[in-house]
Ligand binder design. Structure first.
Ligand code: ZN
Length: 265
């Protein structure tokens, strides 16, 4: 199996329609195939690939949201390379902060995860992002490096998924993997099983050493999360001058949008 290709295909460009016919969201081939295989959707068009759900989902997805529904390229937003094996994801707002956002602000985050090559990613993370974290550390008077445990939930879910996988009904499995995937930032795809397995093996002791409480303490002090997100978006754009940002991407996009995670009934 070509896992590199799967992991690096960041944007899925299958269009998913609501049973009533309106556009709901875009997803990866893997997810589309899952829907088709389980009779949860039918093919509407081969090109561009479009499927229609056969069940009534809990929400309307991204109905009417031009950014979310527009096709996106798997291309480094900074230098433009399209070599899949060099591409990775860049979380514009570092996960160490984002995971402490209020729950409703954590769901709709695909706008702030962009495609980037490893070289451009390293350049940003090791220089500009680090500088901004140090600035935040000073501004909020929270040390950047300290040990704390706050990722217990996702480790627990990963353990539950890996250990009970064979006994779980399919619906529960799907629900769990969707939850884990969302928490890990895979909004339109499932998290790679290797990543979930790795998480399931982490002991509490190791975890405590790995993670810092910096993000949690900073977010507890941030009064305007929208502004905090905009600060990170601006920092990325100003320092890296990306020329290939997705169409309709917007520094000032509102983060608080009503959107429910898709639930299979
Ligand atoms: Zn690049």
């Amino acid at each position: 199996m070509d896992t590199t290709k799967r992991i690096n295909t960041i944007y899925g460009n299958w269009l998913v329609l609501h049973p009533q016919g309106f556009e709901m969201f875009r997803c990866t081939t893997k997810k589309a195939e899952f829907y088709l295989k389980n009779n949860l959707a039918n093919i509407v068009l081969e090109n561009p690939p479009t499927i229609k759900l056969t069940f009534s989902p809990a929400g309307n997805g991204w109905q009417g949201d031009i950014f979310a529904l527009t096709q996106k390229k798997n291309i480094c937003v900074v230098c433009g390379t399209e070599e899949l094996d060099r591409l990775t994801k860049h979380h514009i707002v570092p996960t160490l902060y984002k995971k402490h956002f209020p729950k409703h602000l954590k769901i709709a985050t695909s706008h702030d995860v962009v495609c980037i090559c490893r070289e451009c990613h390293d350049k940003y993370e090791n220089t500009y992002a680090l500088k901004l974290k140090e600035k935040i550390s000073e501004q909020y008077n929270v040390p950047l490096w300290s040990s704390h445990s706050d990722f217990i939930k996702i480790i627990k879910l990963s353990k539950a998924y890996v250990l009970n996988n064979s006994m779980m009904p399919d619906e529960r499995k799907l629900e769990l993997i969707m939850k884990i995937s969302l928490m890990l930032g895979y909004e339109n795809d499932f998290a790679p099983i290797e990543e979930i397995e790795k998480l399931s093996k982490i002991s509490q002791k190791d975890y405590n050493e790995l993670h810092s409480s910096h993000g949690k303490e900073v977010i507890a002090k941030v009064t305007d999360i929208q502004k905090f997100v905009e600060m990170w978006r601006l920092d990325f754009v100003d320092s890296m001058k990306p020329k290939f940002m997705p169409q309709y991407w917007d520094v000032y996009r509102v983060i608080d949008r009503p959107r429910k995670a898709l639930k299979i009934k």
